[in-house]
Ligand binder design. Sequence first.
Ligand code: ATP
Ligand code: MG
Length: 418
Amino acid sequence: DPLLVSGSVQVIKTILENGYEAFWVGGCVRDEYMGRNVSDIDITTSALPDVITSLFDRVIPTGIQHGTVTVLAEGQSYEVTTYRVERGSDDHRHPAEIVFVNEIEKDLRRRDFTMNAMALGLEGQWVDPFGGRDDIDKALIRCVGEAKVRFQEDALRMVRCIRFASVFGFMIAKDTWNGLLEVKKTLGWIAMERIRSELDKMMSGPDPLRGLSLIKESGLHLEMKVPFPYQDQEQDVSFIRAIQGVSADQPDIRWALLLMGCKISAAESSDLLRKWTFSNRRRELILGLVKFQEAWDYSLREAQPDADRVLWIQLVLQMGVPAAEAWLQLQEGIRSTGGTALVQIEDARVWLKGMQVKSLKELALTGDELLTSVNRRGGPWMKGLLSHLLFQTAAGYMQNDETVLIEEAKRVIQDEGI
Ligand code: ATP
Ligand code: MG
């Protein structure tokens, strides 16, 4: 029972002892009921934020004007939010007004889906006015209240709806789906970052393909601020299928497959990933995979037995080992879902292992050492020469030994008249 063993028990007790109400609420209650791992623990309370702040030693005023403070207890953090209702919305994003209230049922009513609008007390008492548990038992996602109105208030809920359907394998209630279709245009109001964060959860789930087809079916991809590349035509289905063949903890490989499946080039991907507000780190990894694929795909290999190995080593040196390893996982995803991998995966693993150097810094000769030993000034010639030495050693044509490398450097300089 993860809720009961967490530090949040003490937080709730303290609030109760001071004469206020407090319950676990939202996603953590839903996950607990479903027997899933509970991630973030939220508490809802009748106490005002100032009161919560005064009750605990370590409090961060996360969103005090919305009634939320973060309480730190036993090394964990818990969001404690005062019962509140939201009124109106002019921009399909934020409520026009927030009002603190005294009854938990009113707070639950503002939440998006029945399964997210439940609360649980310390003694195991359920507050479930909209039949959330019943809907979970039926594997149904249903809006609290009238779907069209709820989606219009906050258009992000439409993407959350599909995300939950995809991650939990739930159906979407008919009224909820129809409401979504009616107001899907309002999605254009939502910042890409928030949409992507929901889609990321979908892409990290057990069935992203179901989510993707729900997006397509709803037409929501046509309403986003930044185009979502998932279209019917011109798809390379073996890449799309392969998404399911890649481990759920590798969403970036899955994103790369989505781009490839939609035939988005590396140049276009770079732009799109930026607009999608991916972090630089993730953008580089995803882009690296698309580039790796392109480089392999477009390279015209000579018909010699070692050609694949040579290309592989060149790409590993150029793109780096992490990208190479991720690309092999991507190829495995393709193969495991019935497609044809672009490389002999097992061979490539052996080739990778066999590389005695994998990057310039592993070379037994630094740029400075090179300059001293050939007694020359630095210049553009160095880069080419170092890559030559790197490739020769990586491919095993030469030992990674300073004397050997210097000898080869001198030979090249002489031969090419540098
Ligand atoms: P996850 O498991 O991904 O954290 P979650 O449902 O807990 O999913 P959170 O963003 O952590 O999502 O939100 C916590 C709770 O706040 C939700 O369970 C729901 O009750 C409420 N909530 C979140 N986003 C919205 C929204 N856009 N509209 C209405 N209620 C929302
Ligand atoms: Mg949550």
